[in-house]
Design a protein around this ligand. Structure first.
Ligand code: 13P
Ligand code: ZN
Ligand code: NA
Length: 272
């Protein structure tokens, strides 16, 4: 099934997919093991920097072969694409979905750039996500511009996107204080627009708020920082306890921690 159809189905049924970022073989297998053991479908995301780190071809074929081996249904997505050439290369190589993030530009520029990617992606019939308003990056900037329902409606009509990243009180990275999502705003945007709504910045959001957000119309939940943090903290701990240089014995301990984390998130999301 195409991701855009799956997300539309989710919107109708009040369900959501977890979209997890992966960075290497270990984090990819960790996510797929969690999806397999909980019987879940997932979205596998790579950021532009992860594409640069792994190489586009390796990222794509790693995801393809891992999916086949784990027997999991998943979609491959480019997260926060800003480089139009890189986005087009991801589309050409067979990604199921891309995000064009021009949220820091003016509304008109955001519409123009997003339209360009929607038009390009049309030839491949894939999911296109864009961002309206601004979801801040904790530790880098504090600005936050909430998505306005009527502007969201106009933006969706003007661009033809199939998924919209909304700024509703979440932020990228770890929060200093427990965040408070604007659940009513999610409901209003959901009524105003026909497309799937995406919650970014899910690391650090309590489970009850994630579930409330899904009930009001969030259909894709993006999770990154907790995965990185969990993997690296576990790895540090293992390395403190051993001087084993056999990385095939060392890495799996950190991988298992990420599998536990993602399984827990999947259960939270699936239990709605
Ligand atoms: P977190 O890093 O806060 O989980 O946000 C992830 C995200 O939005 C990826 O696009
Ligand atoms: Zn994000
Ligand atoms: Na976050």
């Amino acid at each position: 099934m195409r991701l855009q159809d799956k997300l539309a189905e989710n919107k109708k049924e009040g369900k959501a997919l977890l979209a997890t970022n992966f960075y290497n073989f270990e984090t990819l297998s960790a996510v797929l093991a969690a999806a397999q053991s909980t019987g879940s479908e997932v979205i596998l995301q790579v950021s532009e920097s992860s594409v640069h780190y792994m190489g586009l071809k390796i990222a794509k074929s790693l995801a393809d072969s891992a999916l086949e081996q784990y027997g999991v249904t998943a979609w491959l997505h480019l997260d926060h694409g800003q480089d139009l050439n890189l986005i087009k290369r991801c589309i050409d190589i067979g990604f199921d979905s891309v995000m064009i993030d021009a949220s820091e530009k003016s509304y008109e520029e955001n519409v123009r750039i997003t339209r360009e990617i929607v038009r390009y992606a049309d030839n491949y019939d894939i999911n296109v996500e864009a961002e309206l308003g601004y979801i801040s990056k904790l530790g880098q900037d504090q600005k936050m511009i909430y998505t306005q329902p009527q502007e969201a409606k106009a933006f969706v009509e003007a661009t033809g996107i199939t998924a919209l990243a909304v700024a509703v009180g979440s932020a990228h990275g770890f929060y200093k204080e427990v965040p408070r999502l604007q659940i009513d705003l999610i409901g209003k945007i959901n009524t105003a627009t026909p497309v799937a709504l995406v919650l970014h910045g899910s690391s650090g959001i309590p489970n009850d708020q994630l579930q409330a957000a899904i009930k009001k119309g969030i259909t894709k939940i993006n999770l990154a920082t907790e995965i990185k943090n969990n993997f690296m903290k576990s790895l540090q701990q293992v390395l403190n306890e051993t001087d084993n240089i056999d990385l095939r014995k060392v890495f799996p301990k950190a991988t298992a921690q990420v599998t536990a984390l993602v399984s827990d998130k999947l259960q939270t999301i699936n239990s709605i």
